[in-house]
Ligand binder design. Structure first.
Ligand SMILES: Cc1cc2nc3c(=O)[nH]c(=O)nc-3n(C[C@H](O)[C@H](O)[C@H](O)COP(=O)(O)OP(=O)(O)OC[C@H]3O[C@@H](n4cnc5c(N)ncnc54)[C@H](O)[C@@H]3O)c2cc1C
Length: 504
């Protein structure tokens, strides 16, 4: 369609994707009343939607119309049936996640700076984590379920220290209660903590919901000047920020002719800027599961069913814990049931995950049609050293060791999956890989880094390589994975991006 015929709107800044990071970029920019900002979100508002806001029932949102629920490509060594959940509502994944709130450990942030991202070290990002933790209410001492308390005690019987999470600086081995970005059971998503509060006073912030952006428009000097969203051209006088998340930011770049020339030509898309890294370097926290049936009823009196967790070192020389557990008050049977493992009405799960997994995958276009979901291939458990498989196997064994402690005696009826008869390392590993899930932390597909590296997509100012006035702010910029749940890190990216745009 001729862009001249379309409805045109003009703002100083256009932020595409009102999710975890994007909402914060827009809200912070709009604090300057001399500029106007448009936040363009593909999906509906979360405001007043009790289903979204009530944290306890977050699991019920998965697979509904409020979830992109992406399928993944067939996995050679992992589970091909994994569905990758993504929040389909204002606030993005922060509007449907389990609100476990972690600052990224210093070690992880220093790795970002070492990866060519100047200003993103622990020191450089502390101010922005602080801003997030000031703006977003964090529940630090939620009462926990007696079964979660049994896990804490059993882990201590197995030799782990009881620790407080989010201490300054480091990430310790040990077991503890999660902090939650929630208040009185209501999630404190980016939209709740930043947008709805900002909208009332800020007449200079426009939030367009139910508006899918399909293309970024570039002029002949590779300057991004507008985006196209059904029937509309939204012009940015100053800059455009993409915050559509790890799957949809690379998809939008590729649909706009920004990416690998070879891939784009194969899809019949005109190449505007060759940028080989778009969609490469897909990283995640792969997660295994062991389920038990409980001897007694497990009540539903819980904050969000996953209240406590553990960090451990599998490899003695690991600089930071290389294994994490979530403990769940339900059997997490989504990936075990389809393979025929039994489940139970009352039970629980331990889900060991790999904080710094080494396998890398890709995101590609499935076609040139914006309506098609992106092609997502994680290539789980394919790293050459077999590191991911080793950590996962040790995680499954450790879970059994903890379950074997006396604190669990009143609770355990039997192991449901894989079942106690599975003892051999090879069989355990096969089970763990085939029933693996994700902790829903995909990242890295528009990697930030040194512009001399061929696969870098954005520089340390978040500017897209080879394009003027276009930045990315979301989980896709992660140069390396953080060892903890990443939502607060995405919020930190939103805070820092706003300052970078302001030239601070
Ligand atoms: C089920 C689940 C549970 C999780 N639990 C936790 C947890 O407890 N703690 C934690 O730290 N992390 C958790 N995470 C991970 C964390 O929530 C995400 O890593 C983080 O929120 C991602 O933020 P983002 O800004 O990259 O993307 P998102 O928050 O996904 O934002 C992307 C936004 O862009 C919009 N969008 C996409 N395409 C377009 C388009 N073309 N045009 C306009 N808008 C578009 C989307 O609708 C969405 O609103 C969880 C994730 C999931 C899915």
């Amino acid at each position: 369609m001729d862009t001249q015929l379309k409805q045109k709107q003009v703002y100083d800044y256009v932020v595409v994707g009102g999710g975890t990071a994007g909402s914060i970029v827009a809200a912070r920019l709009a604090e300057d009343l001399n500029i106007n900002v448009c936040l363009v979100e593909a999906e509906p508002t979360d405001d007043g939607n009790a289903e979204v806001l009530a944290l306890r029932i977050w699991l019920h949102l998965l697979g509904t119309e409020l979830d992109y629920d992406y399928a993944i490509e067939k996995q050679l060594r992992g589970n091909s049936l994994i569905r990758h959940s993504r929040g389909r509502v204002l606030g993005g994944c922060s509007s449907h996640n389990s609100c476990i709130a972690f600052r990224a450990p210093d070690y992880d942030m220093d790795c970002w700076e070492q990866a060519g991202c100047e200003g993103w070290s622990a020191r450089g990002t502390k101010k922005y984590f602080d801003k997030v933790f000031e703006q977003v209410y964090i529940e630090k001492a939620a009462a926990i379920h007696p079964l979660s308390a049994a896990f804490l005690e059993a882990a201590q019987q197995a030799g782990f220290d009881r620790v407080s999470f989010n201490r300054d600086g480091g990430l310790l081995e040990g077991v503890g209660i999660f902090h939650l970005n929630a208040k009185d059971g209501i999630r404190q998503s980016s939209s709740q903590a930043y947008i709805h509060a900002a909208l009332k006073p800020a007449k200079n912030l426009t939030v367009l919901t139910n508006t899918v952006v399909n293309k970024i428009l570039l002029d002949e000097h590779a300057t991004a000047y507008a985006v196209e969203a059904h029937g509309m051209v939204i012009v940015a006088r100053r800059e455009i920020v993409l915050s559509c998340g790890t799957f949809d930011t690379p998809k939008l770049l590729l649909l706009s002719g920004i990416g690998s020339g070879e891939q784009l030509r194969a899809m019949g898309i005109t190449v505007h800027v060759e940028l080989a890294g778009v969609g490469e370097h897909l990283i995640d926290h792969p997660e295994g599961v062991i389920n038990w049936e409980a001897k007694q009823a497990v009540s539903g009196e819980t904050t969000q069913y996953w209240e406590v967790g553990l960090f451990a070192k599998v490899l003695p020389d690991a600089p930071i814990p290389d294994l994490m557990f979530h403990f769940g008050l339900v059997p997490f049977d989504w990936n075990t049931l389809p393979l025929g493992y039994p489940t139970a009405t009352h039970g629980f799960a331990m889900t060991p995950n790999i904080p710094r997994a080494k396998s890398e995958g890709v995101v590609r276009l499935r076609s040139a049609n914006p309506k098609d979901a992106p092609l997502i291939d994680f290539r789980y458990f394919t790293d050459a050293e077999g590191y991911d498989e080793k950590i996962m196997l040790e995680g499954v064994k450790l879970a059994r060791r903890i379950a074997g402690q006396s604190a669990f005696k009143p609770w355990i009826k039997k192991e449901l999956a894989p079942g106690i008869e599975v003892q051999d390392d090879e069989e355990l590993s096969e089970y763990a890989r085939r029933t693996a899930n994700t902790v829903y932390h995909p990242a890295g597909t528009c990697r930030m880094g040194d512009l001399r590296e061929p696969l870098t997509v954005v520089d340390a100012q978040l500017r897209v390589k080879g394009i003027h006035r276009l930045r990315v702010a979301d989980a896709s910029i992660f140069p390396t994975m953080v060892s903890v749940n990443p939502c607060m890190t995405c919020m930190m990216i939103g805070e820092k991006c706003a300052d970078l745009l302001k030239g601070l």
